[in-house]
Design a protein around this ligand. Structure first.
Ligand SMILES: CC(=O)SCCNC(=O)CCNC(=O)[C@H](O)C(C)(C)COP(=O)(O)OP(=O)(O)OC[C@H]1O[C@@H](n2cnc3c(N)ncnc32)[C@H](O)[C@@H]1OP(=O)(O)O
Ligand SMILES: O=C([O-])CC(=O)C(=O)O
Length: 461
């Protein structure tokens, strides 16, 4: 087992006592009257009063739609998502017998067009040259300072890659393209090996490191590297490939991609920008929700016996407790529900739900699928009533993804890292779009609502 050399704050009772005074000072001095946000018309969360995002940029990479425009009015509608103008549903149905689509989605998002056979084969050849992490990097970086949160481990590894790059600071589109493609190719190994290192050093499990194989898809390589026997079925790899496609991109306004734009606009390097976006995605209101959904269902099952999973009243009682901050993580959120843009449905959730149902039937988990379905049907209405919302609340992409991953035997520590692997092409396309087009530092305003006061000399305080 790896020993902590530094005592954590939690371990030290003495330090906790010393901190208490400062904690109280912090809370006392940081309260802003909520009425002031209304008085100064602050666009909280960068939204207008109707909850719509403030327009802060232009993009051609993807289009996220939750409304229909009818006679100049926005009418809630089933969600639609387009990558470079192509409906994501068509990308998935267009796979049509071909085995994998994530790689051509990467091509589409970054280069703006679907590759032909020759272009795809050149691209795959280059990507497989780039995926090699190198034994020295695995030994010196991935295996060190292991952590149960693989998102943090990924951030650490991404920042360390800066040192292994001969040209890290060059932010010309050519160099950033090379860095981005290398990161897309290397993130699966970084995530899976970080998980193996965590299991070995923190849980005393046997360590194994399996190299990715040239010629396999990114989804196949994740399963190959993850499993002790390296085996997977074609259906498992296909479902993972589709999940990767569905998570690859979501406009410029989602929290992690907006982070890419903000951080890129300062002129910083690709590794710093990527680490920042991974940090954003980890948050439970964003990509980290897939893990929260899994944990929330575990908590629900501890409140509602399996024999009662079809009892809607018991489920409602539990969900009301969640909303009232009396159950689960006391945040008052039902995870996997709600979206800033989608209203009636999130198109990715609709597709993932179909796969969740098919996998559940194959794996004898239909009862569990039905429980998810029941919670989905109840939770939207409950949130609307509880928060007095007029806007419809639908399930989002994170609602079924963890359930799908768990049926693929993917450990929950990798749920959000898989989202990060999938979103890396989207972040890259937006970083390149920002570098090529924007050339202006993102710098909104904060109104000062404190009070100017005189400096008091040290002896007179
Ligand atoms: C890949 C992704 O990032 S998908 C989103 C994943 N996140 C989650 O699943 C976490 C749960 N969901 C949420 O927290 C929210 O729905 C978000 C963060 C996704 C969107 O938030 P918003 O854009 O603020 O949603 P919206 O404007 O519809 O919310 C209106 C109100 O309903 C509340 N609400 C929305 N969703 C939920 C929910 N799932 N549970 C409880 N309350 C909710 C909001 O907190 C907000 O209340 P407030 O006005 O008092 O702040
Ligand atoms: O668009 C958002 O706010 C969040 C989201 O669904 C995503 O990033 O995939």
């Amino acid at each position: 087992m790896e020993k902590h050399e530094m005592m954590s704050l939690e371990d030290s009772g003495q330090l906790r006592d010393k901190m208490r005074f400062f904690e109280q000072e912090l809370l006392k001095n940081h309260h802003i009257d909520p009425n002031l946000y209304v008085e100064y018309n602050v666009k909280r969360g960068l939204r207008d009063s109707a909850g719509k995002g403030v327009l802060t940029g232009l993009t051609e990479i993807s289009d996220v739609n939750g409304y229909n425009l009818i006679n100049g009015r926005q009418i809630p509608a089933d969600g639609r998502l387009y990558y470079q103008g192509i409906n994501v549903q068509d990308i998935i149905s267009g796979l049509n017998g071909r085995r994998f689509g994530f790689e051509e989605t990467i091509y589409l998002l970054i280069f703006g067009k679907l590759p032909d056979k020759e272009e795809l084969s050149r691209f795959l050849d280059m990507m497989s040259d780039m995926e090699e992490l190198g034994g020295r990097f695995v030994r010196d970086v991935v295996m060190k300072g292991t952590n149960a949160n693989i998102m943090n481990a990924m951030q650490r590894c991404v920042l360390a890659l800066y040192t292994y790059d001969d040209n890290p600071e060059d932010i010309s589109p050519e160099n950033v393209l090379r860095q981005s493609l290398e990161l897309i190719a290397k993130l699966p190994e970084i995530a899976v090996y970080s998980y193996h290192a965590y299991r070995h050093f923190r849980k005393d499990d046997t360590l194994f490191i399996r190299n990715p194989q040239k010629g396999l898809s990114l989804a196949e390589n994740i399963l190959l590297m993850l499993r002790p026997d390296g085996k997977y079925t074609e259906l498992e790899a296909k479902v993972l490939d589709i999940a990767l496609i569905l998570h690859a991109e979501h406009g410029g306004g989602n929290n992690s991609t907006f982070t890419t734009h903000v951080v890129t606009s300062s002129g910083t390097d690709t590794y710093s920008s990527t680490a920042a976006s991974i940090g954003s995605l980890k948050g439970p209101r964003h990509g980290g929700a897939n893990l929260k959904v899994q944990n929330m269902f575990a908590d629900l099952k501890s409140h509602v016996d399996q024999d009662h999973w079809d009892n809607e009243d018991e489920i409602i009682t539990y969900l009301k407790k969640v909303l009232n901050k009396e159950a689960f993580d006391h945040a008052g959120l039902i995870y996997g529900m709600g979206h800033a843009v989608y209203t009636l449905s999130d198109p990715r959730e609709v597709i993932l739900k179909r796969f969740a149902q098919a996998l559940a039937e194959e794996k004898g988990m239909t009862e569990e699928f039905e429980l998810y379905n029941r919670v989905e049907n109840i939770a939207g209405k409950l949130i609307m009533e509880h928060r007095k919302l007029f806007k419809n609340v639908c399930a989002n992409v994170d609602f079924y993804s963890g359930f799908v991953y768990s049926m693929l035997g993917i450990p929950e520590e990798l749920f959000t890292p898989i989202f990060a692997i999938a979103r890396m092409p989207g972040w890259s396309a937006h970083r390149l779009e920002e570098l090529i087009n924007a050339n202006k530092i993102i710098r909104p305003a904060y109104k000062y609502v404190g009070h100017h006061t005189d400096f008091v000399a040290f002896d007179e305080r």
